[in-house]
Design a protein around this ligand. Structure first.
Ligand code: FES
Length: 375
C-alpha cells in the first residue's frame, strides 16, 4: 500500500477560499417521497397482462437510476393506504417530474394512484449538534443524503407549533440538546432530516433508517417525554417501509413474479451507461448513480476513473474537489482529505478510510461504469 506522507494543511487564507468555494459548490439536494397504491382492478387482470405491465414499469423506472438516487420500498403488510415508496434524491427536481410522467404513461401507471407525496430539500441545521466528546458536528454533512442498506425506513412529515418559533435560539438549542441526547442512546437508528417550508404542506420530512424496528419504536416513545415534544403540532402519517429491490417490490404488489431469482450472497456485475466518451474531456468530472450510490467519474489526462462521490470523512462531494493529475488524486473540498483516484485509498489529511472504486469501460464510444454487487 502507498505510504501516507503527511503534508502541511493549506494556509488559513487558502483554507478560507477553499471553504467558500466548497460552500458555493455544494448543492442542496431535492428529495421526494412518492407513495403509490394499486387500484384493486389491476389485481383482477389476467396474470400475463399483470406480468407484462410490471416488466414495462420496471424498464421505465430503471432508466431513471442513473439520473437520481432512487430507492424502492414496499409497504405491503405495514400500511393500508400505501403499498410502494419510491424515495428519490437529486440535485435537480426535474427528473422527479419526468419520472412521475413516465410512470403515469405506462399501462400499470394507469392503475397506480399517488397515495401520498412529499417534496423537500436538504439544509444545514439551525442547531449546533455536538458529538459525544463535545465537538461540533459537521453540518455540511446534512446537505447530502447517503442512504444505507438498512432493512427498514420510517418516514413522516412534521410540523412544529408556532410557539416554538417564538422561543429564543438559546432555549430551542437547550431542548434540542436533550432531544439529541436521547437519539444517541439508539445508535442503530440513523436520521435523515429534510426541510419542506414553503415548498410543500409540511415543515420537515424525516426518514429514519434501521435494521431494528423495535429500537425505533423505543426511541420515538422516549422522545415523547422530552420537552421539545410539547411543541409538535403534527407528526403523522407515519410510514413503515421495507427496503427491497425494485422487481421484488413490484412482485410484492401481486400478480405472477417477474423478479430475477437471486440467491442471498450471490454476486453480479452491474453496469450503467453514462455518456458518450467525447462528452467527458480531460480534466472534466461528472456524477452518476450506480446501484443507489453517487459515483464521481474523472477524466485525468485521458484516463477514466470512478470512485464513490461521498468522502469517507463526512460525505463531502469528491467530484467537486481539486484533482492533481500528476499523482492522480483528488482533494475533498470540505476538509481537504486526499484520495488516490485509482485505488480509492486515503492519502492525506483527516481521512483514514478509503472510498469504493468502480470499473470504467468504453463500449462503442460510450462510457460505462460498473460495480460488483453482492445480494
Ligand atoms: S468531508 Fe471531510 S475531508 Fe471530505
Amino acid at each position: 500500500m502507498r505510504p501516507r506522507i503527511p503534508t502541511q494543511p493549506p494556509r488559513p487564507e487558502v483554507q478560507a477560499k477553499m471553504q467558500e468555494r466548497a460552500q458555493k459548490l455544494t448543492k442542496r439536494q431535492y428529495v421526494r417521497f412518492a407513495f403509490y397504491k394499486v387500484d384493486p382492478l389491476w389485481r383482477r387482470l389476467p396474470a400475463q397482462e399483470q406480468a407484462e405491465q410490471k416488466r414495462e414499469l420496471l424498464d421505465v423506472i430503471r432508466t431513471f437510476n442513473r439520473r437520481m438516487l432512487l430507492r424502492p420500498y414496499s409497504l405491503m403488510g405495514t400500511r393500508a393506504d400505501a403499498e410502494l415508496l419510491l424515495w428519490q434524491i437529486s440535485e435537480d427536481p426535474q427528473p422527479f417530474r419526468e419520472l412521475a410522467t413516465a410512470i403515469a404513461c405506462t399501462r400499470m401507471g394507469s392503475y397506480l394512484t399517488m397515495a401520498y407525496s412529499y417534496f423537500s430539500q436538504t439544509k444545514r441545521s439551525l442547531y449546533e449538534i455536538r458529538t459525544p466528546d463535545g465537538d461540533a458536528e459537521d453540518d455540511e454533512e446534512r446537505l447530502i443524503l447517503d442512504p444505507t442498506e438498512a432493512k427498514y425506513l420510517f418516514v413522516y412529515p412534521f410540523i412544529k407549533t408556532r410557539e416554538w418559533y417564538q422561543l429564543s435560539q438559546h432555549a430551542r438549542q437547550g431542548m434540542m440538546d436533550e432531544h439529541i441526547e436521547v437519539g444517541r442512546k439508539y445508535p442503530s437508528v440513523r436520521l435523515n432530516t429534510t426541510y419542506s417550508f414553503g415548498i410543500d404542506d409540511y415543515e420537515f420530512i424525516v426518514a429514519f433508517e434501521t435494521d431494528e424496528p423495535s429500537d425505533f419504536l423505543d426511541l420515538v416513545q422516549e422522545l415523547r417525554e422530552s420537552s421539545v415534544s410539547m411543541y409538535t403540532l403534527q407528526d403523522t402519517p407515519l410510514f413503515t417501509c421495507i427496503n427491497m429491490r425494485l422487481d421484488d417490490a413490484l412482485d410484492a404488489l401481486g400478480g405472477p413474479p417477474v423478479a430475477e431469482v437471486i440467491q442471498p450472497g450471490e454476486e453480479r456485475e452491474v453496469w450503467v451507461e453514462v455518456c458518450p466518451l467525447d462528452e467527458l474531456g480531460p480534466g472534466e468530472t461528472r456524477t452518476v448513480f450506480v446501484e443507489g450510490k453517487m459515483v464521481g467519474l474523472f477524466n485525468v489526462n485521458g484516463e477514466l476513473l470512478a470512485i464513490n462521490n461521498r468522502c469517507s470523512h463526512a460525505r463531502g462531494p469528491l467530484s467537486e474537489g481539486q484533482v492533481d493529475a500528476s499523482e492522480c488524486s483528488v482533494t475533498c473540498p470540505w476538509h481537504y482529505g486526499k484520495f488516490d483516484l485509482r485505488t480509492g485509498q486515503a492519502m492525506d489529511g483527516v481521512v483514514n478510510k478509503p472510498v469504493d472504486t468502480y470499473q470504467v469501460e468504453i463500449r462503442d464510444g460510450v462510457i460505462h461504469v460498473g460495480t460488483l454487487v453482492t445480494y
